[in-house]
Design a protein around this ligand. Structure first.
Ligand SMILES: *[C@@H]1O[C@H](CO)[C@@H](O)[C@H](O)[C@H]1NC(C)=O
Ligand SMILES: *[C@@H]1O[C@H](CO)[C@@H](O)[C@H](O)[C@H]1NC(C)=O
Ligand SMILES: *[C@@H]1O[C@H](CO)[C@@H](O)[C@H](O)[C@H]1NC(C)=O
Ligand SMILES: *[C@@H]1O[C@H](CO)[C@@H](O)[C@H](O)[C@H]1NC(C)=O
Ligand SMILES: CC(=O)N[C@H]1CO[C@H](CO)[C@@H](O)[C@@H]1O
Length: 493
């Protein structure tokens, strides 16, 4: 029916051809999955020898910073209910599950001595259950829950963290290597450093922008590269897995044609900061980032740039340390040049860019997530053209609301974003190999506590049993996976 056709099929005009995105199929070897992280779902915060991490510390000692004054002490109780979670994955039909190991379960004090056997045994049992269900493990080593004792030494701003992370990675490869196909060293370095150290948005809420964020990034990139080399040199020939890093990528679109240089600068400050050292043949930080930060540092009276420098030896040892590019993508903005003349030391003054959302764009419960499905296709093309990675894995994409089983806005978001992903793969030939929807479960959403919900399964946090119930989005995603195409859905945002 024509009217139905108008309702359900959005016609896109691309490169002069027009095509119905909803008629495309995902390739046979494409992997569908979902994603979670340890602190957000596990609970059992002090069980079986686990040590305190920075999110335990923040939620317990600075409760007022969490919107609903909640914490992850129990969360979804996935530490105990992991078999139930894996049954949900099986029911959805996913072939890959992205999760993270909790560093403080393995090294309760962070310092690399005496790994905790109970923590290791837990993850071995979990990985065995995944394997028994034929679900490929994609494991993140660090998804934000740094052991608190390492934070007290300065966390990622202290170079001493590099050997601590290396030893943690080694113990993980040794104990879990035979059961993990994809390794992600760090989830979203930009959020770890710029938001955790450069603002008050995430633990450890250091709020020292323009200094601590750059110091954090410098050590984090080195730690990533060393973990890569340990795997590449010692474990790859045994287990034949892949190892990479996941970077959060917002698409920045020029507001007008004259904002193209500005949009590229914003991509470099946000994405290139992390990707340029690892994925380009020159290596090192992006030239525009070095230039802008050095210029402002001089104006401010610093003797040298606030952005630390890599030695040539470091540049060479960081280049190429990722078998794939992991992308977390949620949203896009328009950008224009901002002439910031004050001398504040701040990341956003360093890049001199103003980002804007269009009023007509739909929004998630998290106001930073604007619904801009075409931005997904654009950033995937940009990544392939800019870095030419052999594989891209979309390790997160999702939408938050305030809960409820009939989550039509989430279905609409996933439907439109998956259509654009499908077009990038099939029409634009971008080498995307997997997609992980964020998130399997409603969970602890950092400073938003349990106010904003990202799950395809509802979790009743008022019930000690934490029962899980599929939402409309779970049923929708199950159909996408079974049919290997995006079916009909009602577009509401
Ligand atoms: C897993 O895959 C193997 C081989 O394809 C098959 O024999 C087995 O039944 C599958 N197991 C489950 C639990 O689906
Ligand atoms: C972080 O710094 C900004 C100013 O740069 C300030 O407005 C804000 O209150 C600070 N946040 C905290 C938690 O101290
Ligand atoms: C990974 O190991 C292989 C084989 O030893 C080597 O050729 C390659 O250069 C290593 N990769 C990096 C980025 O060092
Ligand atoms: C879900 O919500 C939509 C839009 O609000 C409504 O049209 C639909 O009937 C609802 N479905 C169910 C099962 O309640
Ligand atoms: C000073 C203070 O209150 N410290 C507490 C912070 O939270 C941890 C638990 O995560 C407690 O053990 C500390 O006593």
């Amino acid at each position: 029916m024509w009217t139905k056709g108008i309702l359900f099929f959005t016609i896109y005009f691309v490169k002069g051809i027009h095509c119905e995105l909803s008629n495309l199929y995902f390739p046979d070897d494409f992997l569908f999955g979902t994603a979670t992280s340890s602190y957000q779902i596990e609970g059992a915060w002090n069980e079986d020898g686990k040590g305190e991490n920075i999110w335990d510390h923040l939620t317990h000692n600075h409760t007022h910073l969490i919107r609903d004054r909640s914490n992850g002490d129990i969360a979804c109780d996935s530490y105990h209910k992991y078999k139930e979670d894996i049954a949900l994955l099986k029911d959805l039909g996913v072939s890959v599950y992205r999760f993270s190991f909790s560093w403080s379960r393995i090294f309760p004090h962070g310092h690399p001595y005496k790994p905790n056997p109970a923590g290791i045994a837990h993850y071995v049992a979990f990985l065995d259950e995944l394997a028994a269900n034929n679900i490929t493990a994609m494991a993140t080593l660090f998804h934000w829950d740094l052991p608190q004792p390492l934070q007290e030494l300065g966390g990622w701003t202290n170079p001493r963290i590099v050997p601590c992370f290396a030893e943690y990675a080694k113990v993980a490869f040794e104990n879990f290597g035979s059961k993990v196909k994809y390794w992600i060293t760090v989830n979203e370095p930009h959020q770890v450093c710029q938001e955790g150290y450069g603002s008050d948005n995430l633990a450890p809420v250091l709020n020292m922008s323009g200094i601590a964020d750059y110091q954090c990034g410098h050590n984090l990139i080195k730690a990533h590269a060393i973990a890569y080399h340990i795997y590449n040199d010692t474990y790859r020939h045994l287990y034949n897995g892949k190892i990479g890093i996941t970077i959060h990528g917002i698409w920045y679109e020029p507001q007008t044609p004259k904002d193209e240089e500005t949009a590229d600068r914003m991509m470099q400050f946000n994405f290139g900061w992390w990707a340029h050292p690892i994925f380009t043949s020159q290596g090192d930080y992006p030239a525009v980032m070095k230039e802008y930060i050095a210029k402002r540092s001089t104006l401010q009276g610093y003797k040298r740039s606030r952005l630390p420098e890599f030695t040539q030896e470091e540049i060479d040892s960081i280049k190429g340390t990722s078998d794939f590019l992991g992308l977390n993508h949620y949203t896009s903005y328009f950008v224009t040049d901002a002439k910031i003349n004050n001398l504040d030391t701040h990341f956003s003054s360093d890049h001199q860019v103003q980002a804007n959302a269009k009023i007509s764009w739909g929004s998630a419960a998290a106001p930073w997530i604007k619904v801009v499905p075409w931005g997904f296709r654009k950033i995937l093309n940009w990544l392939q053209n800019t870095y030419n990675p052999s594989e891209i894995h979309v390790t997160e994409n999702g939408f938050s609301d305030h809960g409820g089983l009939n989550d039509t806005t989430r279905v609409s978001y996933f439907g439109q974003y998956l259509q654009n992903l499908n077009a990038a793969i099939v029409l634009d030939k971008v080498r995307v190999k997997s997609y992980a929807a964020w998130s399997l479960l409603d969970n602890f959403e950092w400073l938003d506590g349990y106010v904003n919900r990202f799950g395809m399964y509802d979790v009743d946090f008022s019930d000690p049993n934490r029962p899980r119930t599929p939402k409309a989005s779970a049923l929708f995603y199950k159909d996408v996976i079974r049919n290997r195409r995006v079916g009909e859905f009602v577009k509401v945002n």
